[in-house]
Design a protein around this ligand. Structure first.
Ligand SMILES: [Zn+2]
Length: 234
């Protein structure tokens, strides 16, 4: 195998590695944002659950006030009824007392239903609080892992870049430029030629190219896709 091909195959390996490492690095902020969004969503759900429980508590309180007001009114009406000497007024006051008593009964039924609902809402809020705590812990762990990963990836990128720089120093700049152009658009740029077929585009090369590749006297390129070719073990 030509030395230049051998070197470019290692360069290509480092370039593929660099591409993966940089892609992993690029994804880290998105992953971090997703972890934070998960916490925010759970926090919003907790706030909504708390608000629903508070609103229900206020409704219970309003019902209690309405019941108390009616009880006071009934007390006042009963005093009036006790003091009156007119039969028709006594009866009228009795009807009014009954009406308020019926309202109290309705309000008490509603209050009972609200209290039952309040238990459910409290349980939901407690579950939402537990979910937030769990998500927050998990997100923090994820973020810590991402920070460590960022450090590792950055070091690996630097290492691969240094290796690559040392390797390409020995490659003809024109060949390197051609390799880089192809790798950028359609990696891999250096491919095996087997049974006369280019390993990149899978087309049959011309007999001239085939002979060139097998002779290993100089660099040969696939006339179809432009990739650098080297002879495979046939
Ligand atoms: Zn090709």
């Amino acid at each position: 195998m030509l030395v230049e091909i051998k070197t470019l195959l290692i360069v290509q390996d480092r370039d593929s590695r660099l591409r993966r490492l940089r892609e992993d690095l690029r994804r880290l902020p998105e992953e971090a944002a997703r972890a934070k969004a998960g916490v925010a969503a759970d926090e919003a759900a907790l706030q909504a659950a708390k608000a629903a429980a508070t609103e229900n508590e206020m409704a219970i309180h309003r019902h209690q006030l309405d019941i108390d007001t009616r009880r006071t009114t009934i007390g006042r009406l009963k005093t009036q009824q006790f003091e009156t000497r007119k039969n028709d007024e006594f009866t009228a006051l009795g009807h009014e007392i009954d009406r308020y008593a019926a309202e109290i009964a309705r309000l008490e039924d509603e209050e009972l239903a609200l209290m039952e609902k309040g238990e459910e809402l409290k349980a939901k809020a407690a579950a939402a609080a537990a979910a937030v705590a769990a998500t927050r812990t998990r997100a923090q762990e994820d973020l810590n892992r991402m920070k460590e990963r960022h450090v590792t990836l950055t070091a690996q990128v630097a290492e691969a870049e240094a290796e690559r720089a040392a390797l390409v120093a020995a490659v003809d700049p024109a060949v390197l430029a051609r390799y880089e152009r192809i790798f950028e658009k359609k990696a891999p740029a250096v491919v095996v030629l087997e049974h006369g077929i280019c390993g990149g585009c899978h087309m049959k090369v011309t007999p001239t190219t085939l002979t060139q590749v097998k002779a290993e006297k100089g660099l040969a390129y696939c006339e179809n896709c432009g990739r650098l070719l080297y002879a495979g073990l046939e």
